[in-house]
Design a protein around this ligand. Structure first.
Ligand SMILES: O=C(O)CCC(=O)C(=O)O
Ligand SMILES: [Fe+2]
Length: 418
């Protein structure tokens, strides 16, 4: 491969070795998918509901889609975003050429990053079967890249994100800049902690498949025989499980939603839905996960179980800043027999002044005979301790087996080894 920048070859080889240590250099393109796969957008199934956002009020969105957990594509929301003109490959290359973006994770869970100029060299030329994918949750926190935040605006449907009451430092990663070539994508997963997500596509086309939350993991994941060289990659899913999903004998109690997402389309992924995404061409997108009034009943128990320290800190802040939602939380705690000792009052009750060291004394108390008792020790499951290696934490992902942990390169905290 001849690249434009003289160091591209070396840098890309190192990133590939770190991000997929199981693949030898010649195994990246040995399946010939760049020649064999049909990525024609016209050939994609599409049965998702689409709504022009200018005709949909916040209340209608909540009643029709958010509460019933119904996937939908909202159109017209990105029209006035600066991103629609600024997020092109040439302009991102010019403005961020020497900035590093995360395009994978190594076996220890550390970020694998490439400068934009090397990644774009790679992206424009790669024949890899399942290429490296920029999936960067730190772009808004780094001095040289946080201007990207000015290029889009969180749509009003999603702006009441209750996780904002946990401090910026402690809340789980929640926004990602996503850039990739054809065949790159995200393996099948459920988003972490019961959060819902929106995904706005600025450039290119994404093919989606979403499967009802009740579908068991064994049915939606590739079997051992289907796993092949890329067991946990979107390309493999569309070559294997997808064919099962579209057959007539697929159980009708697990509805499947197919979608072709076009530039300007915003996908709403409701809490709990399985989803898998493959890029059909060069794509540039931004995605955010959130906890809203509608999914709080799902997010709160999962946060208590998966991130007990965070839940205590978050609760303290919610109590002060959103007292009206406390009855919802109290009711969940009461039914589950959880008592939460957040008695040590500190300055963390407002989202801007929280302290990171304060909640070590605070614990979520599970009853001894509760099935969840085994995870009542914050240390054993807290994936919120950012001093530990990210691989131990799995980002903001679920640690239980009932809800799936995403592919290792996604959703991990913005910790970089470099
Ligand atoms: O655009 C994609 O690759 C999908 C992203 C996704 O599912 C996620 O961020 O959870
Ligand atoms: Fe997702």
């Amino acid at each position: 491969m001849v690249y434009f920048h003289k160091r591209s070859h070396k840098r890309i080889a190192v990133a590939k070795r770190k991000a997929r240590s199981e693949l030898k250099p010649d195994e990246w393109d040995c399946l010939g998918y760049s020649r064999l796969l049909n990525l024609n957008p016209e050939d994609c199934l599409d049965n998702i509901e689409r709504v022009d956002a200018s005709t949909l009020s916040y209340e209608e969105f909540v009643e029709r889609y958010e509460k019933p957990l119904k996937p939908v594509i909202l159109t017209g929301l990105t029209n006035d975003w600066p991103a629609t003109s600024k997020w092109t490959i040439p302009r991102l290359l010019k403005k961020y050429r020497n900035q590093k973006f995360k395009c994978g994770e190594d076996d220890e869970g550390y970020s694998v990053k490439l400068k934009m100029k090397y990644y774009i060299d790679y992206m424009l030329t790669t024949q890899d079967d399942s290429p490296l994918y920029i999936f960067d949750s730190g772009f808004g926190d780094r001095n040289k890249t946080n201007k990207l935040l000015d290029d889009y605006k969180v749509p009003h449907y999603f702006s009441d994100d209750l996780f904002r009451y946990a401090s910026e430092k402690r809340r789980p990663p929640y926004r990602w800049m996503v850039i990739g070539p054809p065949r790159s994508g995200t393996a099948i997963h459920i988003d972490p902690l019961g959060t819902s997500a929106w995904n706005a596509l600025i450039v290119g086309h994404k093919r989606w498949c979403l499967i009802h939350p009740n579908a068991p993991k064994t049915l939606v994941k590739p079997t051992r025989e289907e796993s092949g060289k890329h067991p946990d990659e979107a390309v493999n899913w569309f070559n294997t499980v997808y064919h099962r999903v579209i057959k007539l004998d697929w159980p009708e109690q697990f509805p499947v939603v197919h979608a072709l997402q076009k530039p300007g389309d915003l996908m709403f992924v409701p809490s709990g839905w399985w989803h898998v995404v493959m890029n059909l061409d060069h794509t540039i997108a931004v995605t955010q996960n959130f906890c809203s009034l509608s999914n709080l009943k799902i997010v709160w128990p999962k946060t208590i179980k998966g991130r007990p320290k965070l839940s205590t800190h978050w609760l303290r802040s919610l109590r002060v800043n959103r007292p009206e939602i406390m009855p919802i939380i109290n009711e969940i705690n009461r039914k589950a027999n959880w008592s939460i000792d957040d008695s040590s009052s500190d300055s963390s009750s407002s989202s801007s002044s929280s302290s990171d060291s304060s909640d070590s004394e605070n614990e979520v108390h599970f009853p001894h005979n509760d099935v969840n008792g085994s995870i009542s020790n914050g240390n054993s499951v807290s994936n919120g301790d950012r001093k530990r290696k990210p691989s131990m934490m799995c980002g903001i992902e679920e640690e239980t087996s009932t809800v799936d942990c995403m592919s290792k390169r996604k959703k991990s905290p913005p910790i970089s080894a470099s």
